[in-house]
Ligand binder design. Sequence first.
Ligand SMILES: *[C@@H]1O[C@H](CO)[C@@H](O)[C@H](O)[C@H]1NC(C)=O
Ligand SMILES: *[C@@H]1O[C@H](CO)[C@@H](O)[C@H](O)[C@H]1NC(C)=O
Ligand SMILES: *[C@@H]1O[C@H](CO)[C@@H](O)[C@H](O)[C@H]1NC(C)=O
Length: 277
Amino acid sequence: MKSTFTTTLAITLTFLAPSLLGHMLMLDPCPRYYDKENCPKPPSGQKVDYEINGSIGDDEKIKRPKCHYTVPYDEPTVKMTAGGKYTVKFSKDGPNGHKGGHCQFAIGYNGEDFVAIHEVFSHCFYKDKGADADKYEDEGAEVFEYEVPIPKDVPSGRAIFAWGWTSAYGTREFYMNCSDIEIEGGTGTELKGKSMIYPNYGPDPEIAIPELADAGYEVGIEYYKNAKEITVKPEGGSTGGGSSEPGSKKSKEEVADNETSTTPDDEDEESDGGSDK
Ligand SMILES: *[C@@H]1O[C@H](CO)[C@@H](O)[C@H](O)[C@H]1NC(C)=O
Ligand SMILES: *[C@@H]1O[C@H](CO)[C@@H](O)[C@H](O)[C@H]1NC(C)=O
Ligand SMILES: *[C@@H]1O[C@H](CO)[C@@H](O)[C@H](O)[C@H]1NC(C)=O
């Protein structure tokens, strides 16, 4: 009896813990359909996403499109000034920084192709305390703001600002959120640069990065550094082949039917449980 009870308790706790913590949550700029005060109402036909904590995919399946949803907010959530800096803020509420990892901030237009504009390698969300993974808490974080320089030559007008994260520890999955923004004072008509990368996004991902906590905090950086050059521009998408990537094709086909679904997804809960080991 006792052992059954203990087992039940252990299982219950395993499933409860992650939902109390969540992963890292971008608060500003507001991600699509997040239920926070600074976020607009979702566009018509779409709903607030109360399950926004889940990864967009792991090495078994693609769960959501890169931006979680393909329909942008009607109005931009914030304005960013080309040539200036924008302070991106993450929630301090129950963070789960998974011992760090590689972060990218990027700009795109079609929800598929993004040019990286700022990168934080190895210890994203933590102060750099060296290579010893034991010094970084899984259920915690120390750095909640990043100053992101906005290129001067980015086109003015509507754009998608994205944050991507490959965590240092836990289930191999990819985290990403997008915010619909407006750029002011930009001088260009298109944005050229290194493509954002999407490690561990779906089965057979183009790029797989193991747990940095095991393999070393430098692991995977070369993929970011060697990413192909692409061009993104408002209307009409991009050139440079970002969308010929296997992951991005699948994301459109496989997730299209469930884009507007906001029902709790049991599989997500399970996979989150796994990641919060
Ligand atoms: C998502 O994370 C937030 C903040 O940590 C938490 O309040 C919320 O309960 C989480 N939601 C789910 C569905 O896990
Ligand atoms: C953003 O997306 C990731 C997964 O893709 C998730 O873990 C995170 O909690 C999300 N929510 C916010 C508000 O950033
Ligand atoms: C949509 O969700 C249902 C269950 O909620 C699932 O059976 C189906 O495979 C999903 N479709 C896609 C395209 O992911």
